[in-house]
Design a protein. Structure first.
Length: 270
């Protein structure tokens, strides 16, 4: 059996969590990540018939029954993941129609997965129906996107258009735009269900006055997706109080669509 700490998915999760903390997106124990794993790959590092304990999930997701996930823990600080991954991370297998999770590795201090686990799993279900390659759900609190929800309309078309206008690359990186939820109580099935619904049409979902959810095929892509939106929000926050003399026009964004082979969300461009 190979050393689990050398597994590529563990190494990348540690790097990503550390990078997110260094970016200031995951203060204290803020934020969480879940990564869908391949059973054969997990089997190279763990005895799949050895279950450490079973944890109730508090929701049902029959579509994910038998699936394996690497996930960050509740109350855990991202800055500590690199120093004690076996405490701050866990690998679970969903059973009983998603209502139970068998812990196969990690959370050695008796901990459990993030309180946003239901929201993550519901989003995984939604994204896998759209794109079977989407294996990552990432939640964090980027400062500029958070600030933007206080001063910008939460209309999804207008929010998306503003971000697209801030950086030339934005429509290329997230042509499906950004969906937005008004403030909701976090850690509940209700916000999980609402986020999953929004995930059906976009890989980025902003939680107003809270943070953002992103989904993608791997940790790098999902991190880069959020990073790009946050950079656009940073530019907006720097210029929001100033008269705008120039902008990226809809005509120019159509040129970007043609050049990079993408299509902006229907009805978002003139």
């Amino acid at each position: 059996m190979k050393d689990i700490l050398t597994a590529p998915f563990i190494v990348e999760m540690i790097r990503t969590a550390t990078n997110m903390y260094d970016h200031g997106w995951d203060e204290r124990n803020g934020g969480n990540i879940s990564l869908l794993l391949d059973e054969a790959e997990v089997g190279e590092y763990l005895a799949l018939d050895t279950v450490l304990r079973t944890i109730s999930t508090g929701f049902s997701a029959p579509e994910l029954n038998g699936k394996y996930f690497l996930v960050t823990g509740t109350g855990k600080y991202f800055k500590n993941v690199q120093y004690a991954p076996e405490v701050n991370l866990g690998i679970v297998r969903l059973t009983n129609g998603g209502e139970s999770a068998e812990l196969l590795w990690g959370f050695t201090d008796g901990g459990r997965f993030t309180s946003e686990f239901p929201a993550h799993m519901m989003s995984h279900v939604a994204r896998l129906k759209v794109d079977g390659e989407n294996k990552v759900v990432m939640h964090c609190h980027p400062g500029n996107l958070l600030a933007m929800t206080y001063v910008h309309t939460l209309d999804e078309r207008e929010f998306t258009r503003t971000l697209w206008q801030m950086c030339t690359e934005c429509i290329v990186v997230f042509p499906d735009g950004v969906n937005v939820l008004p403030w909701m109580l976090c850690g509940t099935n209700e916000i999980g269900e609402a986020t999953a619904k929004k995930m059906e049409t976009a890989r980025l979902v902003v939680w107003a006055q809270h943070g953002i959810y992103g989904a993608g095929k791997d940790l790098d892509e999902t991190f880069g997706l959020i990073e790009t939106a946050e950079k656009a929000a940073e530019i907006f926050m720097k210029i929001a109080h100033l008269p705008r003399v120039n902008t990226i026009t809809d005509e120019q964004m159509h040129q970007l669509e043609k050049r990079f082979g993408v299509k902006g969300r229907e009805g978002y461009l003139k």
